[in-house]
Design a protein around this ligand. Structure first.
Ligand SMILES: Cc1cc2nc3c(=O)[nH]c(=O)nc-3n(C[C@H](O)[C@H](O)[C@H](O)COP(=O)(O)OP(=O)(O)OC[C@H]3O[C@@H](n4cnc5c(N)ncnc54)[C@H](O)[C@@H]3O)c2cc1C
Length: 375
């Protein structure tokens, strides 16, 4: 007889893997399918920053809880993702940046993030590697980073231990709805489930189209770089008020430099070309913030794909009009907040009341109110 899973999760990034894990631990028979290895798209190539200072205000309550999850990953995930909890600084070098920083830090503080504004001298006491040119900084003790590359290894072990039927390198080509559930079409044969969760990152848009739902998802092509191992040059996570820098040094000495500088690519081809002038701009900003970095050599640069909805808030909830179908993704700073949001959705799928509200996609299916109507 054909096995019918309680839940099939399509997409094994941090959202799909977390939801699969908690649903399995909640007693469901779960299958997880990814067209490649687990967490080798955005969830494995990101900058690993776990910060409140880049997170959207509306997501701060989620990000705080997610940060606590990452900090205790050894307890609930059971395997190491190299999480380091440390101070974070968001820098302002000009009066204009100071104004932006003060405003944004205030909004995030109102939402619960423990961010205080400090002057350049205090910032330098917290981070001795810092430039003398910092006017003010946002300082947050709830910050840190993980080693994104380890994410897939950690989740793979946890999912197998939880009894999830893990199908890596098995792309889903389409979904048929029928009595009592869904049939997922794959080259290796069909897979049946009573419920489905679409957690495909930037590929959520084509996945929802399988169910006749049209949800445009923007694809960001983020560029990152890493240095060779160098002697300690910094001990905090550093950003700038404009958001164009994220910087941290890993315990083994490499420094990851990011900040959302865009490369060339798209959802179909991936990140196909880095833009050297942007890489130089990003690295210059990094050396401006931490001058000792000027002596480091770059080892590698790469690009990854990040999803964004039109209001930059998550798509996390039931799929309207399709019973027992769910979607989870497009979370801004989604590596930071993803595990908590996916866990909330797992609660919903398990029939429990989530502790915080989800982000249903109905709002995104209505016409965009910011777009004017034709005369
Ligand atoms: C370069 C970069 C840097 C970033 N830096 C940070 C950061 O420092 N901090 C932070 O908080 N966030 C960061 N982010 C954002 C964060 O990485 C993402 O929001 C998050 O990882 C998205 O997770 P996801 O599970 O939604 O998607 P993904 O990790 O992209 O997972 C989607 C999965 O779906 C699979 N899939 C697609 N199509 C199919 C199919 N047809 N069948 C089966 N499987 C399929 C893919 O193979 C993939 O594994 C960064 C993103 C990028 C790209």
């Amino acid at each position: 007889m054909t096995r019918v899973h309680d839940l099939a999760v399509v997409g094994g990034g941090v959202h799909g893997a977390t939801a699969a894990l908690f649903c399995a631990r909640g007693g469901m028979d779960v299958a997880l399918l990814d067209r490649g290895p687990l967490c080798r798209e955005a969830s494995g190539v990101n900058a690993g920053t776990l910060t409140m200072q880049m997170t959207r205000v509306a997501l701060i309550p989620y990000a705080l809880r997610a940060h606590a999850m990452w900090a205790s990953a050894s307890e609930w995930l059971g395997h190491d993702v190299g999480v380091v909890v440390c101070d974070g600084l968001s820098l302002a070098f000009t009066e204009q940046e100071a104004e932006i920083l003060t405003y944004r830090a205030g909004k995030r503080r109102e939402a619960g993030a423990p961010i205080r504004i400090v002057d350049g001298r205090e910032a330098k006491r917290i981070e001795p590697g810092l430039s003398d040119e910092v006017l003010i900084a946002g300082h947050c003790e709830v910050d840190g980073y993980a080693n994104a590359y380890l994410t897939g290894l950690a989740y793979r072990r946890a999912l197998i231990e939880a009894g999830v039927a893990l199908h890596e390198n098995r792309a889903v080509e389409g979904v048929d709805q029928g009595d009592g559930g869904f049939t997922l079409r794959t080259a290796q044969g069909p897979l049946r489930a009573r419920r489905i969760l679409l957690a495909g990152g930037v590929w959520i848009e084509p996945m929802l189209a399988w169910l006749g739902v049209d949800l445009p998802i923007k694809t960001l092509i983020n560029q990152l770089a890493v240095t060779e191992r160098v002697a300690p040059v910094m001990q905090t996570v550093i950003g700038v008020a404009s958001g164009l820098l994220s910087l941290k040094q890993y315990p083994h000495g490499t420094v990851v430099i990011g900040g959302g500088w865009q490369a060339v690519g798209d959802r179909e081809r991936g990140g196909v070309e880095l833009l050297p002038e942007r890489l130089v701009g990003n690295v210059r900003l990094a050396c401006h913030a931490v001058p000792a970095l000027g002596h480091a050599r770059l080892a590698r640069a790469w690009a990854g794909l990040e999803a964004e909805t039109r209001d930059a808030l998550p798509a996390a909830g039931p799929v309207p009009g399709v019973n027992e179908a769910y979607v989870c993704g497009s979370v801004h700073s989604g590596y930071t907040s993803g595990p908590y949001i996916a866990r909330l959705l797992a609660d919903r799928i398990l029939g429990r009341e989530p502790d915080l509200p989800l982000f249903p996609i109905d709002r995104l299916l209505a016409p965009d109110p910011s777009e004017g109507t034709a005369p």
